[in-house]
Design a protein around this ligand. Sequence first.
Ligand SMILES: Cc1ncc(COP(=O)(O)O)c(C=O)c1O
Length: 405
Amino acid sequence: MEEFHKTRRLPPYVFEQVNRLKAKARAAGADIIDLGMGNPDLPTPKHIVEKLTETVQNPRTHRYSASKGIPGLRKAQAAYYGRRFGVKLDPDTQVVATLGSKEGFANMAQAITAPGDVVLAPNPSYPIHTFGFLMAGAAIRAIPAEPGPDIFHALERAVIHSVPKPIAIILCYPANPTAYCADLDFYKDIVAFARKHEIFILSDLAYSEIYFTDTPPPSVLQVPGAMDVTAEFTSLSKTFSMPGWRMGFAVGNERLIAALARVKSYLDYGAFTPIQVAAAAALNGPDDCIVETRAIYKKRRDVVIDSFARAGWEMPAPDASMFIWAPIPEKFRSLGSLEFSKLLLEKAEVAVAPGIGFGEYGDDFVRIGLVENEQRLRQAARNIRRFLETADETLHNVVPLGASR
Ligand SMILES: Cc1ncc(COP(=O)(O)O)c(C=O)c1O
Protein backbone atom coordinates (compact mmCIF):
# COMPACT_ATOMS: atom_id res chain seq x y z
CA MET A 1 0.00 0.00 0.00
CA GLU A 2 1.41 3.39 -0.97
CA GLU A 3 2.23 5.67 1.95
CA PHE A 4 0.94 9.23 2.24
CA HIS A 5 3.46 12.08 2.18
CA LYS A 6 3.17 12.68 5.93
CA THR A 7 3.10 9.08 7.13
CA ARG A 8 6.10 8.29 4.95
CA ARG A 9 8.13 10.63 7.13
CA LEU A 10 7.29 8.58 10.21
CA PRO A 11 9.46 5.46 10.36
CA PRO A 12 7.97 2.33 11.95
CA TYR A 13 8.02 2.89 15.71
CA VAL A 14 11.04 0.95 17.02
CA PHE A 15 9.27 0.33 20.30
CA GLU A 16 6.53 -1.46 18.39
CA GLN A 17 8.94 -4.32 17.71
CA VAL A 18 9.62 -4.82 21.42
CA ASN A 19 5.91 -4.34 22.20
CA ARG A 20 4.94 -7.06 19.74
CA LEU A 21 7.41 -9.50 21.31
CA LYS A 22 6.11 -8.50 24.74
CA ALA A 23 2.51 -9.21 23.76
CA LYS A 24 3.53 -12.56 22.26
CA ALA A 25 5.44 -13.60 25.37
CA ARG A 26 2.54 -12.58 27.60
CA ALA A 27 0.07 -14.49 25.46
CA ALA A 28 2.31 -17.54 25.96
CA GLY A 29 2.01 -17.05 29.74
CA ALA A 30 5.29 -15.25 30.53
CA ASP A 31 5.27 -12.77 33.43
CA ILE A 32 6.98 -9.85 31.72
CA ILE A 33 8.25 -7.09 34.00
CA ASP A 34 7.61 -4.00 31.92
CA LEU A 35 10.18 -1.24 32.37
CA GLY A 36 9.88 -0.24 28.74
CA MET A 37 7.14 2.37 28.98
CA GLY A 38 7.17 5.90 30.40
CA ASN A 39 3.65 5.42 31.75
CA PRO A 40 3.42 6.42 35.44
CA ASP A 41 1.76 3.60 37.37
CA LEU A 42 0.85 5.55 40.52
CA PRO A 43 -2.77 6.57 41.16
CA THR A 44 -3.76 10.23 40.85
CA PRO A 45 -4.03 11.76 44.37
CA LYS A 46 -7.48 11.39 45.89
CA HIS A 47 -8.29 15.10 46.29
CA ILE A 48 -7.80 15.64 42.55
CA VAL A 49 -10.04 12.71 41.59
CA GLU A 50 -12.67 13.99 44.04
CA LYS A 51 -12.60 17.44 42.47
CA LEU A 52 -13.24 15.83 39.10
CA THR A 53 -16.18 13.74 40.28
CA GLU A 54 -17.68 16.71 42.14
CA THR A 55 -17.38 19.00 39.13
CA VAL A 56 -18.76 16.54 36.62
CA GLN A 57 -22.11 16.56 38.51
CA ASN A 58 -22.75 20.05 37.18
CA PRO A 59 -24.26 19.80 33.67
CA ARG A 60 -22.82 23.18 32.71
CA THR A 61 -19.41 21.51 32.67
CA HIS A 62 -20.58 19.13 29.93
CA ARG A 63 -20.45 21.80 27.25
CA TYR A 64 -17.52 22.64 25.01
CA SER A 65 -14.76 24.15 27.07
CA ALA A 66 -12.20 26.87 26.33
CA SER A 67 -9.47 25.79 23.91
CA LYS A 68 -6.72 27.77 25.61
CA GLY A 69 -7.86 26.68 29.07
CA ILE A 70 -10.38 28.14 31.53
CA PRO A 71 -9.13 31.32 33.29
CA GLY A 72 -8.84 29.66 36.72
CA LEU A 73 -6.56 26.98 35.29
CA ARG A 74 -4.28 29.46 33.53
CA LYS A 75 -4.13 31.49 36.72
CA ALA A 76 -3.18 28.39 38.71
CA GLN A 77 -0.35 27.62 36.28
CA ALA A 78 0.92 31.21 36.46
CA ALA A 79 0.86 30.96 40.27
CA TYR A 80 2.86 27.71 40.09
CA TYR A 81 5.55 29.42 37.99
CA GLY A 82 5.67 32.33 40.42
CA ARG A 83 5.96 30.09 43.48
CA ARG A 84 8.31 27.48 42.08
CA PHE A 85 10.59 29.47 39.74
CA GLY A 86 10.03 33.11 40.67
CA VAL A 87 8.85 33.67 37.09
CA LYS A 88 5.97 36.11 36.64
CA LEU A 89 3.51 35.15 33.90
CA ASP A 90 0.41 36.90 32.59
CA PRO A 91 -2.26 34.16 32.58
CA ASP A 92 -4.04 35.81 29.64
CA THR A 93 -1.15 36.18 27.24
CA GLN A 94 1.67 33.96 28.46
CA VAL A 95 -0.10 30.73 29.44
CA VAL A 96 -2.06 28.21 27.39
CA ALA A 97 -3.36 24.85 28.61
CA THR A 98 -2.67 21.89 26.32
CA LEU A 99 -3.99 18.35 26.00
CA GLY A 100 -0.81 17.02 27.61
CA SER A 101 2.55 18.57 26.85
CA LYS A 102 2.97 16.25 23.86
CA GLU A 103 0.01 17.83 22.08
CA GLY A 104 1.29 21.28 23.00
CA PHE A 105 4.68 20.53 21.56
CA ALA A 106 3.30 19.04 18.34
CA ASN A 107 0.94 21.96 17.73
CA MET A 108 3.62 24.51 18.55
CA ALA A 109 5.62 22.86 15.76
CA GLN A 110 2.61 23.20 13.43
CA ALA A 111 2.15 26.82 14.47
CA ILE A 112 5.66 28.13 13.90
CA THR A 113 7.18 25.98 11.14
CA ALA A 114 7.38 26.83 7.46
CA PRO A 115 8.30 24.01 5.05
CA GLY A 116 12.06 23.44 5.03
CA ASP A 117 12.74 25.29 8.30
CA VAL A 118 15.63 23.85 10.29
CA VAL A 119 15.14 22.87 13.93
CA LEU A 120 17.92 21.84 16.32
CA ALA A 121 16.96 18.86 18.45
CA PRO A 122 18.88 16.64 20.85
CA ASN A 123 19.78 13.12 19.79
CA PRO A 124 18.71 10.93 21.54
CA SER A 125 15.43 12.65 22.33
CA TYR A 126 11.81 12.02 23.25
CA PRO A 127 10.27 11.24 19.83
CA ILE A 128 7.78 14.14 19.61
CA HIS A 129 10.69 16.60 19.85
CA THR A 130 11.81 15.56 16.40
CA PHE A 131 8.73 14.01 14.80
CA GLY A 132 6.47 16.89 15.80
CA PHE A 133 8.66 19.11 13.66
CA LEU A 134 9.14 16.58 10.88
CA MET A 135 5.36 16.29 10.56
CA ALA A 136 5.18 20.07 10.38
CA GLY A 137 7.57 20.05 7.41
CA ALA A 138 10.83 20.97 9.16
CA ALA A 139 14.27 19.45 8.75
CA ILE A 140 15.98 18.32 11.95
CA ARG A 141 19.64 18.91 12.73
CA ALA A 142 20.90 16.88 15.69
CA ILE A 143 22.68 18.41 18.68
CA PRO A 144 24.15 16.45 21.62
CA ALA A 145 21.74 15.61 24.42
CA GLU A 146 24.25 16.29 27.20
CA PRO A 147 24.21 19.91 28.42
CA GLY A 148 27.96 20.51 28.11
CA PRO A 149 30.43 22.35 25.89
CA ASP A 150 29.74 20.04 22.93
CA ILE A 151 26.24 21.48 22.59
CA PHE A 152 27.65 24.97 22.13
CA HIS A 153 30.11 23.77 19.49
CA ALA A 154 27.26 22.03 17.70
CA LEU A 155 25.08 25.15 17.91
CA GLU A 156 27.84 27.39 16.54
CA ARG A 157 28.36 25.01 13.62
CA ALA A 158 24.61 24.79 13.06
CA VAL A 159 24.11 28.53 12.63
CA ILE A 160 27.02 28.69 10.18
CA HIS A 161 26.11 25.67 8.08
CA SER A 162 22.30 25.39 8.17
CA VAL A 163 20.43 26.89 5.25
CA PRO A 164 18.03 28.41 6.10
CA LYS A 165 19.21 29.46 9.57
CA PRO A 166 17.63 27.34 12.37
CA ILE A 167 14.36 28.65 13.77
CA ALA A 168 14.40 26.83 17.12
CA ILE A 169 16.45 24.88 19.64
CA ILE A 170 14.73 22.13 21.57
CA LEU A 171 15.78 21.52 25.16
CA CYS A 172 14.57 18.88 27.60
CA TYR A 173 16.06 18.78 31.12
CA PRO A 174 15.57 16.63 33.13
CA ALA A 175 15.70 14.63 29.92
CA ASN A 176 13.80 11.73 28.57
CA PRO A 177 15.47 9.31 27.81
CA THR A 178 18.91 10.27 29.21
CA ALA A 179 17.87 11.86 32.55
CA TYR A 180 20.52 14.57 31.98
CA CYS A 181 19.86 17.73 34.01
CA ALA A 182 20.77 21.33 33.25
CA ASP A 183 21.63 24.15 35.64
CA LEU A 184 20.90 27.83 35.42
CA ASP A 185 24.39 28.69 34.12
CA PHE A 186 23.82 26.40 31.14
CA TYR A 187 20.46 28.04 30.48
CA LYS A 188 22.08 31.51 30.70
CA ASP A 189 24.53 30.58 27.94
CA ILE A 190 21.79 29.03 25.79
CA VAL A 191 19.58 32.10 26.17
CA ALA A 192 22.47 34.40 25.25
CA PHE A 193 23.13 32.30 22.14
CA ALA A 194 19.45 32.18 21.15
CA ARG A 195 18.99 35.92 21.59
CA LYS A 196 22.14 36.71 19.65
CA HIS A 197 21.07 34.54 16.70
CA GLU A 198 17.32 35.20 17.00
CA ILE A 199 16.44 31.55 17.46
CA PHE A 200 13.53 30.37 19.61
CA ILE A 201 14.04 28.04 22.58
CA LEU A 202 11.40 25.38 23.16
CA SER A 203 11.97 23.79 26.54
CA ASP A 204 10.25 20.60 27.72
CA LEU A 205 10.12 20.58 31.52
CA ALA A 206 7.84 17.56 31.95
CA TYR A 207 9.98 16.28 34.86
CA SER A 208 10.15 19.57 36.78
CA GLU A 209 9.02 17.89 40.01
CA ILE A 210 10.56 14.42 39.69
CA TYR A 211 14.03 15.05 41.12
CA PHE A 212 16.19 13.42 43.79
CA THR A 213 18.73 16.08 44.71
CA ASP A 214 18.47 19.12 46.98
CA THR A 215 18.35 21.47 44.01
CA PRO A 216 15.12 21.34 41.99
CA PRO A 217 15.48 21.58 38.19
CA PRO A 218 15.32 25.23 37.10
CA SER A 219 13.17 26.71 34.35
CA VAL A 220 14.95 28.35 31.43
CA LEU A 221 12.49 31.25 31.92
CA GLN A 222 14.34 32.13 35.13
CA VAL A 223 17.10 33.63 32.96
CA PRO A 224 16.58 37.39 32.45
CA GLY A 225 15.61 37.97 28.82
CA ALA A 226 14.58 34.35 28.20
CA MET A 227 10.95 35.44 27.81
CA ASP A 228 11.88 37.18 24.53
CA VAL A 229 12.69 33.88 22.82
CA THR A 230 11.32 31.00 24.89
CA ALA A 231 8.26 28.80 25.28
CA GLU A 232 8.32 26.12 27.95
CA PHE A 233 6.12 23.05 28.30
CA THR A 234 5.11 21.41 31.57
CA SER A 235 2.82 18.53 32.35
CA LEU A 236 0.63 17.20 35.12
CA SER A 237 1.25 13.64 33.89
CA LYS A 238 4.25 12.95 36.11
CA THR A 239 3.93 15.65 38.78
CA PHE A 240 0.45 14.50 39.83
CA SER A 241 0.43 11.02 38.24
CA MET A 242 -2.23 12.13 35.73
CA PRO A 243 -0.95 10.74 32.40
CA GLY A 244 -4.37 9.63 31.15
CA TRP A 245 -5.99 12.98 31.93
CA ARG A 246 -4.04 14.75 29.18
CA MET A 247 -3.24 18.03 30.84
CA GLY A 248 -0.20 20.18 30.25
CA PHE A 249 0.82 23.78 29.55
CA ALA A 250 2.85 25.99 27.31
CA VAL A 251 4.06 29.24 28.85
CA GLY A 252 6.41 32.04 27.92
CA ASN A 253 6.89 34.32 24.94
CA GLU A 254 3.60 36.00 23.95
CA ARG A 255 4.14 35.62 20.23
CA LEU A 256 4.79 31.88 20.52
CA ILE A 257 1.92 31.36 22.96
CA ALA A 258 -0.49 33.33 20.75
CA ALA A 259 0.52 31.25 17.70
CA LEU A 260 -0.10 28.01 19.59
CA ALA A 261 -3.42 29.24 21.00
CA ARG A 262 -4.54 30.26 17.51
CA VAL A 263 -3.74 26.88 15.95
CA LYS A 264 -5.41 25.10 18.85
CA SER A 265 -8.53 27.25 18.54
CA TYR A 266 -9.05 25.69 15.11
CA LEU A 267 -8.36 22.15 16.30
CA ASP A 268 -9.89 21.58 19.73
CA TYR A 269 -12.36 22.88 22.30
CA GLY A 270 -10.01 22.34 25.21
CA ALA A 271 -9.94 19.53 27.75
CA PHE A 272 -13.21 18.45 29.39
CA THR A 273 -14.05 21.21 31.89
CA PRO A 274 -14.07 18.92 34.99
CA ILE A 275 -10.52 17.88 34.08
CA GLN A 276 -9.47 21.52 33.87
CA VAL A 277 -11.12 22.31 37.21
CA ALA A 278 -9.43 19.31 38.85
CA ALA A 279 -6.11 20.28 37.26
CA ALA A 280 -6.42 23.77 38.77
CA ALA A 281 -7.14 22.13 42.15
CA ALA A 282 -4.00 20.02 41.70
CA LEU A 283 -1.82 23.07 41.03
CA ASN A 284 -3.38 25.14 43.83
CA GLY A 285 -3.50 22.26 46.30
CA PRO A 286 -1.15 20.79 48.88
CA ASP A 287 2.15 19.51 47.61
CA ASP A 288 2.66 16.57 49.98
CA CYS A 289 1.44 14.27 47.18
CA ILE A 290 4.34 15.49 45.02
CA VAL A 291 6.80 14.90 47.86
CA GLU A 292 5.46 11.35 48.22
CA THR A 293 5.68 10.63 44.49
CA ARG A 294 9.25 11.89 44.41
CA ALA A 295 10.16 9.61 47.32
CA ILE A 296 8.63 6.58 45.58
CA TYR A 297 10.59 7.15 42.36
CA LYS A 298 13.77 7.78 44.36
CA LYS A 299 13.36 4.52 46.27
CA ARG A 300 12.73 2.64 43.02
CA ARG A 301 15.79 4.26 41.46
CA ASP A 302 17.93 3.11 44.39
CA VAL A 303 16.49 -0.41 44.23
CA VAL A 304 17.32 -0.72 40.51
CA ILE A 305 20.80 0.80 40.80
CA ASP A 306 21.74 -1.44 43.78
CA SER A 307 20.09 -4.69 42.78
CA PHE A 308 21.06 -4.50 39.10
CA ALA A 309 24.70 -3.72 40.11
CA ARG A 310 24.69 -6.78 42.36
CA ALA A 311 23.35 -8.76 39.41
CA GLY A 312 26.33 -7.58 37.36
CA TRP A 313 24.90 -4.56 35.49
CA GLU A 314 26.19 -1.18 36.63
CA MET A 315 24.55 2.04 35.55
CA PRO A 316 24.70 5.68 36.67
CA ALA A 317 22.00 6.85 39.09
CA PRO A 318 19.88 9.64 37.57
CA ASP A 319 19.38 12.86 39.57
CA ALA A 320 15.87 13.30 38.16
CA SER A 321 13.14 11.92 35.86
CA MET A 322 11.62 8.46 36.08
CA PHE A 323 14.23 6.81 33.86
CA ILE A 324 17.65 5.24 34.09
CA TRP A 325 19.73 5.53 30.92
CA ALA A 326 21.65 2.30 31.14
CA PRO A 327 24.73 1.49 29.06
CA ILE A 328 24.34 -1.95 27.50
CA PRO A 329 26.66 -4.41 29.30
CA GLU A 330 29.98 -4.53 27.43
CA LYS A 331 29.56 -8.12 26.28
CA PHE A 332 26.28 -7.34 24.52
CA ARG A 333 27.06 -3.87 23.18
CA SER A 334 27.90 -4.91 19.65
CA LEU A 335 24.38 -6.33 19.26
CA GLY A 336 22.87 -2.85 19.35
CA SER A 337 20.02 -1.76 21.60
CA LEU A 338 17.15 -3.34 19.69
CA GLU A 339 18.61 -6.86 19.60
CA PHE A 340 19.75 -6.53 23.21
CA SER A 341 16.25 -5.46 24.29
CA LYS A 342 14.72 -8.40 22.45
CA LEU A 343 17.16 -10.80 24.15
CA LEU A 344 16.43 -9.31 27.57
CA LEU A 345 12.73 -9.78 26.96
CA GLU A 346 13.08 -13.35 25.75
CA LYS A 347 15.66 -14.58 28.26
CA ALA A 348 15.04 -12.43 31.35
CA GLU A 349 11.37 -11.53 30.86
CA VAL A 350 12.23 -7.86 31.40
CA ALA A 351 11.09 -5.24 28.87
CA VAL A 352 13.18 -2.08 28.39
CA ALA A 353 13.13 0.63 25.71
CA PRO A 354 15.95 0.28 23.15
CA GLY A 355 18.00 3.47 22.95
CA ILE A 356 17.92 3.49 19.15
CA GLY A 357 14.20 4.31 19.39
CA PHE A 358 15.23 7.78 20.64
CA GLY A 359 17.82 8.40 17.93
CA GLU A 360 20.95 6.86 16.46
CA TYR A 361 23.22 8.18 19.23
CA GLY A 362 21.19 6.20 21.74
CA ASP A 363 22.11 2.79 20.37
CA ASP A 364 24.62 1.87 23.10
CA PHE A 365 21.93 2.29 25.78
CA VAL A 366 18.54 1.12 26.91
CA ARG A 367 16.04 3.15 28.91
CA ILE A 368 14.74 1.61 32.11
CA GLY A 369 11.47 3.12 33.36
CA LEU A 370 10.82 3.18 37.11
CA VAL A 371 7.24 2.18 36.52
CA GLU A 372 6.91 -1.08 38.46
CA ASN A 373 6.88 -1.51 42.24
CA GLU A 374 9.97 -2.35 44.29
CA GLN A 375 9.16 -6.04 44.55
CA ARG A 376 8.87 -6.35 40.76
CA LEU A 377 12.09 -4.39 40.30
CA ARG A 378 13.92 -6.83 42.59
CA GLN A 379 12.45 -9.71 40.62
CA ALA A 380 13.75 -8.07 37.44
CA ALA A 381 17.23 -7.95 39.02
CA ARG A 382 17.06 -11.68 39.84
CA ASN A 383 16.05 -12.49 36.27
CA ILE A 384 18.86 -10.31 34.95
CA ARG A 385 21.42 -11.97 37.18
CA ARG A 386 20.53 -15.36 35.64
CA PHE A 387 20.59 -13.78 32.17
CA LEU A 388 24.06 -12.34 32.72
CA GLU A 389 25.39 -15.58 34.22
CA THR A 390 24.56 -17.37 30.99
CA ALA A 391 25.70 -14.49 28.75
CA ASP A 392 28.43 -16.45 26.95
CA GLU A 393 26.09 -19.25 26.03
CA THR A 394 23.36 -16.81 24.90
CA LEU A 395 25.82 -14.80 22.82
CA HIS A 396 27.20 -17.93 21.23
CA ASN A 397 23.72 -18.58 19.85
CA VAL A 398 23.16 -15.04 18.54
CA VAL A 399 26.60 -14.33 17.07
CA PRO A 400 25.32 -14.16 13.49
CA LEU A 401 22.91 -11.42 14.55
CA GLY A 402 25.68 -9.39 16.20
CA ALA A 403 27.96 -9.87 13.24
CA SER A 404 25.35 -8.48 10.85
CA ARG A 405 24.90 -5.25 12.79
C1 LIG B 1 10.09 14.66 28.06
C2 LIG B 1 8.63 14.37 27.94
N1 LIG B 1 7.82 15.31 27.46
C3 LIG B 1 6.52 15.10 27.33
C4 LIG B 1 5.95 13.90 27.69
C5 LIG B 1 4.48 13.73 27.49
O1 LIG B 1 3.81 14.23 28.55
P1 LIG B 1 2.26 14.55 28.46
O2 LIG B 1 1.58 13.40 29.10
O3 LIG B 1 2.10 15.81 29.20
O4 LIG B 1 1.88 14.68 27.02
C6 LIG B 1 6.73 12.88 28.20
C7 LIG B 1 6.13 11.60 28.54
O5 LIG B 1 6.74 10.60 28.75
C8 LIG B 1 8.12 13.13 28.32
O6 LIG B 1 8.93 12.18 28.77
